[in-house]
Structure formats: C-alpha cells, structure tokens
Ligand binder design. Structure first.
Ligand code: 13P
Length: 252
C-alpha cells in the first residue's frame, strides 16, 4: 500500500530562528493528531537543515532539502551536495521543482545526475514535474510531463525507483491561487501512474506516492485528496503557517 504524504516546501522563506519555530510547531501539532493518515515532511532551506533536525522527531516529521548539487564534492562554490544534505539527518530532497528548472536552467540531464547522487546518499526524492500554462493551452502538456519523468527517472532500477515520490505541480497553479480542478489533477496523476506501470510494472506503480502541488490549501485539499490517484500534496505558501499546513495534513 502506498503512503499518503503531505510535504511543505518552504522555498526561500524564513530565517533560521523562524524556521526552527515553525518546525517545532508542526512537529508538536503532528504529534497531537491521534491517528494520522499521512506522512508529514518539511522542505527547508539548506541553512536550516541541521537546526530543524534537532527540534523535530524524524519519525513524526520527515526533513527535506529543496535541491542538491549535481556533483559530490569539490570546487563548486556555493553548491551543497547530496552527501552534505544526508549528513544533516535529512531524509528527503526535492528535485526538479519548476522554479529550479525555470530560474536555474536545470535540464532533464542535470536532474538525472542529481537523482543518482541523491539516491547514492540514501535520500528519498520528491521529484517534481508539471506543465506551463502555454503547454496546457497548446495541448502538449501530457508529452511534457511524460518527458520530464522519463528523461530523469526511467534509467533507474525498480529497486531505486521505490525511493521516488512524484509531485505533479502545474506551473500555472503555483503561487497563483489558481488550483487545478480535482479532475484535471486526477487525470494527470492517473497518466503518471500508467507511465510508471508501463516502465516498472503495476505493483510498483500502485505503490508510488503521487502528490499534487499548486495553490493547495485547507479548503481545497479534501476534494483533491479524495481522488483515487492523488496521494497528498506538496505545499508552498500554505506550509509557512503551522495551522494552515495542519489543515492540509488533516484533510485525509
Ligand atoms: P504554492 O502552494 O504556494 O502554490 O506552491 C506550490 C509549490 O510550488 C510547492 O512546491
């Protein structure tokens, strides 16, 4: 049985003290929920990883970096490698976010290298994919999503792929307040699951957690999470307040 997951992506928000406070609040709130129906993860800036790891119970709240380098070590000023992330006690890394693909020119090939290095370091990966508004409107969106997944993940072995969570995040829904309808999201989640089934088999596809991201909030999470192929969310803005985030965590 696949896991439901609600993961926060804080993006470039909060100072270290603010982030530590937020993580504490989330961990306390998660601990207070009687029968939690999902795993909870916080995706924090690199600078916060060690401090946040110290204040959370990793068995209750997973810890994700939002990126890692496409090299292991060496003369890459300003970069942070997968082994460095793992050494903080983080257990996940978010890769392929549209903001990284768009603003920092991360290609499928670069992401493939990051995926390999993250897995070698024992990190699980939340791998993001999703189309732009133009791609949605010109009808190429399914091909775009298929290529993003195929070109960075389909070289993996079945065993490796079991450490991948996929997040479908339509770019036009990120930070815009414009959520995909639950039917639009379900259509793409089912497509992603069928691609995984074709490549890795029905059992692996059935076990793969597929998250929705893009203006997900407490008010729309229940309808989204009720869909058969939507196994939780990757949450931006609404993950920055513990109460909002918990409103999504408890939406199952
Ligand atoms: P918002 O929830 O702010 O739309 O962001 C979604 C996202 O990009 C999560 O990775």
């Amino acid at each position: 049985m696949r896991k439901n997951i609600v993961a926060g992506n804080w993006k470039m928000n909060t100072t270290v003290p603010e982030g530590v406070q937020l993580a504490k609040e989330v961990c306390q709130a998660v601990s207070a929920v009687e029968s939690l129906k999902c795993d909870v993860i916080v995706g924090v800036p690199f600078t916060h990883l060690t401090a946040v790891r110290e204040v959370i119970d990793i068995n209750k709240v997973g810890l994700a970096a939002q990126n890692c380098a496409d090299h292991t070590s060496g003369a890459y000023t300003g970069e942070v490698s997968a082994p460095m992330v793992a050494s903080t006690g983080a257990n996940y890394v978010i890769l392929g976010h549209s903001e990284r693909r768009g603003y920092y020119h991360e290609t499928a090939q670069i992401l493939k290298e990051k995926v390999d290095l993250a897995l070698q370091s024992g990190l699980k990966i939340i791998f993001c994919c999703g189309e732009s508004l133009e791609e949605r409107e010109n009808g190429t969106f399914k091909d775009v999503i298929e290529a993003e997944i195929r070109d960075s993940l389909f070289h993996l072995t079945t065993e490796q792929f079991q450490n991948i969570v996929i997040a479908y995040e339509p770019i036009w829904a990120i930070g815009t307040g414009k959520t995909a309808t639950s039917d639009q999201a379900q259509e793409i989640h089912a497509l992603i699951r069928s691609l995984v089934a074709d490549k890795f088999g029905a059992q692996v596809a059935d076990d793969t957690t597929i998250l929705y991201g893009g203006s997900c909030k407490p008010s729309n999470a229940p309808e989204l999470f009720a869909k058969p192929d939507i196994d939780g969310g990757l949450i931006g803005g609404a993950s920055l307040k513990a109460a909002d985030f918990m409103g999504i965590v408890t939406a199952f």
